[in-house]
Ligand binder design. Structure first.
Ligand code: PEP
Length: 261
């Protein structure tokens, strides 16, 4: 069976200018180096705002850092009269490896429907960028349908265009746990991840299900990360607030240290 490398993703959201971003990545890289971080065991990816991508790419390149780069969104379109959009073509030129798609904040504040998410996932595949597809239920949906129904439905909707399936990552983020300090239990996260993987297996077969990384996100910190990653079903974490602090985020990336305890 394919070994899934842990994925530690930091979503900076609408925070930090490019100079602050450079300082954060430098500090993160030093901290991880000092701690002897093994990137082959846990990939570390930052998702800065668009205006910081070029600066962070240059830093990663010049200092030969093992940190990888992601974008917080991608346009469904490649070029043309789409004011304000950023295309996969341009992102690929900046060595962007991943794109967050369908984050609950985009679904909530920018009316991103499953159809929009699916079109963006297709754009990602077209440009060889790995989509990190965010799925998760609101508190009302949790009460009405339980935890797994909405994430499973959103996962299958995002991947509805089977013809061009590339590698993808799923980030299970219960909406009620994002930025609230309210955390799902490791058991809840593992149970939903298992159901998402089963749905992927039924739709796309064993190979895709076995290689796909499924993350948990929602108020993750260095102090609680190990609980989530103890389950073999959870392959990493998507981190918002705590990714803005280099020491805290490196503590999350170094989750294996906590596992031993
Ligand atoms: C996120 O932005 O995806 C997130 C999980 O945020 P936080 O860690 O702050 O809850």
């Amino acid at each position: 069976m394919t070994k899934r490398v842990a994925f530690i993703a930091g979503n900076w959201k609408l925070n930090l200018d490019h100079q602050q971003g450079i300082a954060l990545v430098q500090k993160l890289a030093w901290t991880l180096k000092d701690a002897g971080h093994d990137y082959a065991g846990a990939e570390v990816t930052v998702f800065p705002g668009f205006t910081s991508l070029r600066s962070i790419q240059t830093l990663i390149d010049a200092d030969k850092l093992d940190i990888t780069l992601g974008a917080q969104d991608i346009s469904a379109f490649d070029s043309g009269a789409y004011t304000g959009e950023v295309s996969g073509l341009a992102l690929k030129k900046l060595d962007v490896k991943y794109a967050l798609i369908g984050h609950s904040e985009r679904r909530q504040y920018h009316n991103e429907t499953d159809a929009v998410v699916q079109a963006k996932v297709s754009a990602s595949f077209r440009h060889g960028i790995v989509p990190v597809i965010c799925v998760g239920e609101t508190l009302e949906e949790l009460e009405a349908e339980g935890a797994a129904a909405v994430p499973v439905r959103q996962t299958l909707a995002a991947l509805a265009d089977h013809s061009a399936l590339g590698d993808f990552v799923i980030a299970y983020e219960p909406v009620w746990a994002i930025g609230t300090g309210q955390v799902a239990t490791p058991e809840q996260a593992a149970s939903v991840a298992t159901k998402i993987r089963t749905a992927i297996r039924e739709a796309f077969g064993d190979e895709v299900a076995d290689k796909t990384r499924i993350l948990y996100g929602g108020s993750v910190k260095a102090a609680n990360v190990a609980g989530f990653l103890r389950s073999p079903e959870v392959d990493g974490v998507l981190v918002g607030g705590a990714s803005l602090d280099a020491e805290e985020f490196s503590g999350i990336a170094r989750f294996q240290k906590h596992l031993a305890i």
